[in-house]
Design a protein around this ligand. Structure first.
Ligand SMILES: [Fe+2]
Length: 228
């Protein structure tokens, strides 16, 4: 096993350990841990692909520096160590039906890496995805849903979420968000970038449907006005 593979594996293990220590008993976390039990995360199964850097590296560095919750320390250390080993990608049209309107903010700065999943840089799996997701500051990830049940672990200090209603609620670092299949969700990112672990448990090739809401422009204007 190379040093690079070792760093990627250590990152994955730190995430699984967080799930085990902080999420047992929560629906989405238990389901995720059940799925992970059936996936071979041994040294032999680790793959070795060339890393792919990102034009958003400065934002990513800031996002990692913004992980300050003590219980997320291990994930932070291993993510910082493995950052340049990973394959970073931006969401593109393949995840959405033609004509989906995600907005300029999202297109400007979204980023993810897949640690387990199809074409992942840790362990290949055709029916499961686990990775890291980032969005730039002052971004609205517009309301959407998908057939894939989804778990988020929020790494950044504060992020706004709503689930099919006009009202927003802030979630702290270390919180879990469980989106059962089809549940609408939207995220608003304040003055610091948003960073999370995400898991898609099944239907991993399903498309994201954007769910129009008439307050998007207003929300985006409010985010632009947030103080630094
Ligand atoms: Fe989602």
């Amino acid at each position: 096993m190379t040093d690079k593979q070792h760093r990627i594996q250590a990152l994955i293990y730190s995430i699984v350990t967080y799930f085990q220590n902080h999420g047992v008993g929560m629906c989405g976390v238990d389901l995720t841990l059940d799925r992970l039990k059936g996936i071979d995360l041994s040294d032999e199964k680790l793959i070795d692909l060339p890393p792919q850097e990102t034009r958003h590296d400065e934002v990513l560095k800031n996002a990692i520096a913004g992980i300050v919750a003590p219980e997320l320390r291990d994930i932070k250390i291993h993510l910082a160590a493995a950052k340049d080993d990973l394959i970073w990608r931006e969401d593109n049209a393949q995840f959405y039906p033609p004509g989906a309107d995600l907005g300029e903010g999202y297109a400007k700065c979204n980023l993810h890496t897949l640690l387990i999943g199809p074409a992942a840089c840790g362990y290949q799996h055709p029916g499961f995805r686990l990775g890291i997701f980032m969005m730039g500051p002052r971004t609205l990830y517009r309301d959407h849903n998908h057939d894939a049940p989804e778990l988020y672990l929020n790494l950044s200090k504060r992020s706004g979420w709503r689930f099919g209603t006009p009202d927003w609620q802030d979630y702290p670092a270390g919180s879990f968000i469980w989106n059962a299949a089809g549940r609408p969700h939207a995220i608003r990112v304040y003055e610091q970038p948003f960073l999370s672990v995400f898991v898609w448990l099944e239907n991993v090739n399903s498309l994201c449907n954007v769910i129009p809401s008439d307050d998007w422009a207003e929300v985006e204007q409010d985010l632009a006005k947030q103080p630094n």
